[in-house]
Design a protein around this ligand. Structure first.
Ligand SMILES: NC(=O)c1ccc[n+]([C@@H]2O[C@H](COP(=O)([O-])OP(=O)(O)OC[C@H]3O[C@@H](n4cnc5c(N)ncnc54)[C@H](O)[C@@H]3O)[C@@H](O)[C@H]2O)c1
Length: 321
């Protein structure tokens, strides 16, 4: 596969989780990749791994909500690889709180990175692509939480709805420059994000132990198990390639550029059982232990992604294809 041969990409939040999976897939498809992350050390270490097969990647320390740092990251990428063709707005985080406890700081800190960061990076990436004059691809990581509200994730949901709207607005703005802007919206992806999120929920007394929250969300996935970054990286690579040039949306609100592809294994079909928290406690320790064991049997390699949650990565699917 070399449909991204000669292309240069930046993946924000590429030091772990979904971003790391995307960076690795882009390199497999022939692209040179700059991994831009708040954690510069980890970004460099992921780049080192990708450089085992040649000079494919660099790691850069950046806060996506800081314009000067974003500009410097783009300059460093262009200096290293000559140009910029693909920009993944993937960095993001969540700090869940029960709805009534959300305060200004919680709301603003999430919106700053997940929404403002996407706007800043889109503007700066587009400037570089317009200067090159050959178009480009901007791809945003949204979430199913951008279209479905979750009581404990209110600011995160608002931020991801913003990502979907920013995608559509930017797509309209930049089409004349042959820069396409699309998004993909994962459902549950087993990454370290869930680890921190569940720790927060344990501290708030919403859940009792690691695994409960992701288990609750995963119970509504029709495929029967949550995805890993590898599972969704193919969609991301498609959006980065010329294969997606004619992508657009068509739905109840009309049609236009700026598509959001949902990648959730059918998980919007049923309502996640988060409303059972905190009092009822959803899952017995026995059940969690058995799903962990099943996960380890099926996919031991993926333990590196998020050791505490690996059990949930590969429950036997209920359907086959
Ligand atoms: N994991 C899921 O189930 C899931 C589902 C839907 C959407 N998403 C979205 O996918 C994206 C990646 O999530 P993940 O699960 O891989 O998370 P993760 O926590 O594993 O990785 C996120 C990365 O982003 C980096 N980051 C955070 N703030 C940053 C900033 N200000 N500037 C630069 N880098 C920053 C972190 O250092 C980290 O390396 C996020 O936007 C997240 O909201 C995740």
């Amino acid at each position: 596969m070399s449909r991204l041969q000669g292309k240069v990409a930046i993946v924000t939040g590429g030091a772990q989780g979904i971003g790391e999976g995307i960076a690795s897939r882009l390199v497999q498809e022939g692209a040179k990749v700059a991994i831009a992350d708040l954690n510069g050390e980890k970004a460099k270490s992921v780049a080192d791994g990708l450089n085992r097969s040649g000079p494919n990647a660099i790691g850069i320390s950046v806060d996506v909500a800081n314009r000067a740092q974003v500009q410097a990251a783009i300059q460093e990428t262009v200096k290293s690889f000559g140009r910029l063709d693909i920009f993944f707005n993937n960095a993001g985080f969540n700090r869940p709180l029960p709805f009534m406890e959300v305060d200004e700081n919680n709301f603003n800190s999430i919106m700053r990175v997940n929404a403002w960061g996407v706007l800043v990076c889109t503007q700066e990436a587009a400037k570089q692509m317009m200067a090159q004059g050959e178009g480009g691809k901007i791809i945003n990581t949204a979430s199913i939480a951008g279209r479905q509200g979750y009581a404990e994730f209110a600011p995160y949901c608002a931020s991801k709805a913003s990502v979907i709207s920013l995608t559509q607005a930017a797509a309209r703005e930049f089409a004349k420059h042959k820069i396409t802007v699309n998004a993909f919206a994962p459902g549950v992806v087993v990454t370290p994000l869930w680890d921190g999120l569940e720790q927060d929920m344990i501290e708030k007394g919403v859940i009792k132990q690691k695994g409960e929250f992701i288990e609750s969300f995963s119970s509504s996935i029709l495929l029967g198990f949550p995805s890993t970054p590898k599972d969704i990286a193919g969609i991301a690579a498609f959006l980065a390639s010329a294969d997606s040039n004619w992508a657009g949306y068509h739905g109840g609100r009309g049609h236009g550029p700026g598509m959001t592809v949902y990648v959730h294994g059918g998980s919007l079909k049923r309502r996640p059982r988060t409303h059972r928290y905190p009092r009822n406690g959803a899952f017995s320790p026995r059940r969690l232990a058995s799903t962990r064991a099943a996960g380890r049997r099926r996919d031991p390699d993926d333990a590196s992604l998020c050791p505490d949650l690996v059990s949930l990565q590969r429950r036997p699917p209920k359907c086959s294809f």
